[in-house]
Design a protein around this ligand. Structure first.
Ligand code: PBG
Length: 342
């Protein structure tokens, strides 16, 4: 047999680095930070080993720890001191994200991105204002403790257009506090355009928007919802987040965000949706971000704890795969661990 094509020729140790197509660097990574207005002490997040909710006073110290690993960008999530039906603490000037952002941007050189959503701030845990129908259902939950909600039409839960005004206020308050970039995550129709308009009207035309452009209604967000105390108190998010079965729909979603002025396009989750990352990479010129979510992190930790996987190796391989699929930026709970070893 005459074998002339031998791909193994390029796999010797000397040449592997020269022909490597993909690289992960600390500059690609964005580390999530949870700031909690209800605590004076750092609180470990059980289902996300190595991560904590920190009080506002510790936000700068937390960000410095991240920067020491070489990661320069953070995304800030807030747990407010109180919640109400409209999530008013989300756009308060003295809100948890606003206070933390002010300190972080005053005292560090980190690039600060803020998550713009209502679910951590509303007493019902949905990502927007409830419709009157949904409010009635909420009252029923509150008075009886339970509700038969699964047969209700979920499209009626969140009032889309009333929510847009609130998202604009939140984003503007974050920018006023010094946020370098805002990242709307609610999957509310028109959110990017509404936020762009509010930011521009307030003189923040240079603050970019990283849209959670194709965000799926995923079961991989479980640990995050514990961490950020943002689980819906009734129903679920399937009426605003995307159906995991749909890939072509992602293109339509992303196109809308591009038309409304999104600067960076995010796909979320990452690993189970690499087909979507790849398609968005091919179809748009914009920077593409992927969110390697809490469940993707927790499952590797759980398996490593049992001795079933090598944590360092699978964490790195995960991030490499997300980049190979086409992501330029990766939001990941592994940011510090991976960056430290690069
Ligand atoms: C808020 C938000 C969520 C996540 C990021 N922003 C939760 C959700 O949509 O339920 C999930 C992040 C993760 O799981 O790591 N809307």
């Amino acid at each position: 047999m005459e074998l002339t094509r031998r791909p193994r020729r390029l796999r010797t140790d000397g040449i592997r680095p020269l022909v490597r197509e993909t690289e992960v660097t600390a500059a690609d990574l964005i580390a999530p930070v949870f700031v909690d207005a209800t605590t004076d002490e750092r609180q470990p997040i059980e289902s996300m080993p190595g991560h904590e909710r920190v009080p506002v006073e510790e936000a700068v110290a937390r960000v410095e720890e991240i920067r020491e690993t070489g990661v320069e960008a953070v995304i800030v999530f807030g747990i407010p001191d109180s919640k109400d039906d409209r999530g008013t603490r989300a756009w308060a000037d003295d809100g948890v994200v606003q206070e933390a952002t002010r300190r972080i941007t005053d005292e560090t050189d980190a690039y600060v991105i803020t998550d713009v959503c209502l679910c951590e701030y509303t007493s019902h845990g949905h990502c927007g204002v409830l419709t009157s129908d949904a409010s009635e259902r909420l009252e029923a939950v509150r008075s009886s403790g339970t509700i038969e909600h699964d047969d209700e039409d979920p499209a009626l839960t969140v009032e889309n257009d009333d929510t847009l005004d609130l998202l604009g206020k939140i984003a503007t308050s974050h920018a006023a506090a010094g946020a370098d970039m805002v990242a709307p995550s609610g999957m509310i129709d028109g959110m990017v355009g509404a936020i762009r308009e509010s930011l521009d009207a307030a003189g923040h035309e240079n603050v970019p928007i990283m849209s959670y452009a194709a965000k799926y209604e995923s079961a991989f967000y479980g640990p995050f919802r514990d961490a950020a105390d943002g689980a819906p108190s009734f129903g679920d998010r399937r009426h605003y987040q995307m159906d995991p079965a749909n890939a072509r729909e992602a293109t339509r979603e992303v196109t809308l965000d591009v038309e409304q002025g999104a600067d960076v396009l995010m796909i979320k989750p990452a690993l189970p949706y690499l087909d979507v990352v790849s398609t968005v990479r091919q179809e748009y010129d914009h920077p593409v971000a992927a969110y390697n979510v809490s469940g993707e992190y927790a499952m590797l930790h759980a398996a490593a704890d049992r001795g079933w996987l090598d944590l360092e190796a699978v964490a790195y391989e995960s991030l490499l795969s997300i980049k190979r699929a086409g992501a330029d930026l990766i939001l990941t709970y592994f940011a510090e661990d991976v960056a430290r070893r690069l």
